[in-house]
Design a protein around this ligand. Structure first.
Ligand code: ADP
Length: 330
């Protein structure tokens, strides 16, 4: 059997956050790209499932790709590309919509949350928001990915992808590799620093609770030092009872590699935990920011990487999609 193959994606719906980095991107850079054939995709079609501004999506797509490279994805060892450049994704999506049931799409937490948000702000819910998981399943299955490194919030979509792959294989003959999600042990769900009941999301309105990867060091430090915690004395690790403190401990843990509970014992007060976490995040982002400045100096570099990436991705994906069309009776 073939070895591991890795696929993951990121939506160009806002400026990338510390949540995206610790929950997903850092593993892509540090381990994934070196241990398996891997593909990392700016999933731009997914940015169209909610109200969007065309110029902003275009700008953010390129910026997101630039940040993936700045974070350390190396186009010499992995494939970095944009979803809309490779038609295989939407070709396969339709077949997956034909094995999926509408009920299982409606059950997705993200659909429920985002459709409520759209309706609350007086907008209609785009049909593509409902069918989004079929496109995401196609993104993964096109490449025969065995692993999908994502944050906790994407686990349910990867489970649905598995169900669709198994169902297709049972009905029409073995066509797809059945992938599994890999979720980090800490910082799988980085929470907003001002409201630790919601995740730090790039698609949310900007607040001082969201650390962006390109925030100036002084801004990063200020956001972390002003994180909302609680009035209990001391530091302890308890995600349920002390979500604000637990979030800081997980962020620090993710930076230093020490267990959150071990770190908790080291601190007497929240102040020094915040100070150390602020320093750790600033240092974590420093090399990425420096490389981003270099990459931004040459916009054609990112375009070239995306062009070559799309060619590689197409070549990898086409045989599987052709086989799926054949299997389903076309
Ligand atoms: P967002 O939800 O910020 O718009 P995406 O849906 O584009 O981000 O997700 C890109 C990757 O980042 C996914 O693997 C997702 O699980 C991960 N991710 C997003 N937000 C967080 C977070 N707050 N904590 C951990 N991982 C996250």
């Amino acid at each position: 059997a073939r070895g591991a193959r890795i696929f993951s994606g990121i939506k160009p719906t806002g400026h990338l956050t510390l949540g995206n980095y610790l929950g997903a991107m850092r593993r892509w850079v540090v381990t994934d790209q070196h241990r398996a054939e891997s593909l990392f995709c700016v999933v731009d079609l997914h940015a169209l499932t909610v109200e969007h501004d065309p110029a902003r999506v275009r700008r953010l797509s390129r910026q997101t790709a630039g940040l993936l490279l700045a974070a350390g994805l190396d186009p010499a060892v992995c494939t970095v590309f944009a979803q809309s450049h490779v038609d295989e994704h939407t070709r396969l999506m339709f077949l997956l919509e034909c094995v999926a049931a509408d009920g299982e799409m409606r059950r997705m937490i993200q659909y429920k949350e985002k459709s409520v948000r759209a309706r609350d702000s007086g907008q209609s819910v785009r049909l593509s928001l409902l069918t989004y998981p079929a496109l995401m399943a196609a993104d993964i299955l096109v490449y025969g990915a065995t692993e999908v490194p994502v944050g906790e919030d994407q686990r349910q979509h990867v489970e649905l992808t598995r169900d669709l792959a198994v169902r297709f294989n049972q009905r029409y003959g073995h066509t797809f590799v059945v992938p599994k999600a890999t979720v980090p042990e800490v910082a799988a769900r980085v929470m907003d620093l001002q409201d630790p009941s919601v995740k730090m999301g790039k698609s949310h309105a900007a607040t001082s609770g969201i650390v962006y990867l390109l925030d100036e060091p002084a801004v990063v430090a200020k956001k972390v030092r002003r994180a909302v915690t609680d009035s209990e004395p001391g530091v302890s690790y308890d995600r349920e009872e002390r979500p604000g403190v637990a979030n800081l401990l997980e962020i620090l843990s993710s930076c230093t590699g020490e267990e959150p509970a071990v770190l908790a014992e080291r601190y007497d007060g929240i102040g020094s935990l915040k100070a150390d976490t602020a320093d750790a995040v600033v240092e974590l982002l420093r090399p990425l920011q420096a490389r981003h400045a270099e990459i931004s100096a040459d916009p054609s570099y990112v375009d070239g990487v995306l062009r070559e990436g799309a060619e590689r991705a197409r070549a990898l994906g086409r045989p599987t999609v052709d086989a799926a069309y054949e299997a389903i009776g076309l």
